[in-house]
Design a protein around this ligand. Structure first.
Ligand code: MC0
Length: 146
């Protein structure tokens, strides 16, 4: 079992979207949310934006909009198969190496041998949906000061 102190909060929920600007417009112009961060992650094949409410605090889960850089990317294939919608849920952790080790010891398959770089310079890892009850579960250790 993972030491429960290592899980900090729900960091974000990720939506696969075909068009990032249209998805941003809905959240900002209709819901009144704001873009907290935007970047392109070539390795993950996404253009992404992190959104928060007007009163967003550090421990409020953000919404991550994930648009594919092409049809052969993870999000491109997800959209072709499932359409737009929730693609992942991310839990923020204090020590991604310790959590990864504990998950592996519990028989949970992680997708990468080592964490990769995610939004804002964070370190990210994914647990396979077949081992989590059907949810693509990301664990994320934010970069210092982000
Ligand atoms: C696939 N499955 C899912 C799923 N994707 N179940 C729940 N949620 C998802 N997102 C299920 C399918 O329904 C299928 O079940 C089985 O898993 C195999 O699916 P597939 O369609 O053949 O897909 P695969 O195996 O090619 O890819 C699935 C996999 C992939 C999880 C390995 O999506 C992956 O590598 N994800 C991790 C990276 C990622 O998501 N990057 C984009 C976000 P059945 O029962 O039909 O066999 S980047 C990001 O998030 C960064 C920027 C960040 O947060 O900082």
């Amino acid at each position: 079992m993972v030491n429960s102190d290592l899980f900090l909060c729900v960091d974000h929920v990720g939506y696969a979207v075909p068009n990032l600007d249209e998805a941003i417009t809905f959240h900002c112009d209709v819901l009144g949310w704001r873009v907290l961060h935007r970047e392109r992650n070539e390795e993950q094949g996404v253009e992404e934006a992190m959104l928060g409410t007007g009163t967003q605090g550090a421990e409020n889960a953000q919404i991550q909009l994930l648009a594919p850089l092409g049809p052969d990317t993870t999000i491109g294939k997800y959209l072709a198969k499932n359409g737009a919608g929730i693609q992942q849920v991310a839990y923020r952790v204090a020590d991604i190496d310790a959590v990864s080790e504990a998950l592996r010891a519990s028989g949970v398959r992680l997708l990468y041998p080592e964490p990769k770089i995610g939004t804002g310079g964070s370190r990210i890892q994914f647990a396979h949906p077949k081992d989590t009850g059907g949810i693509l579960l990301e664990i994320v250790e934010p970069a210092a000061g982000h």
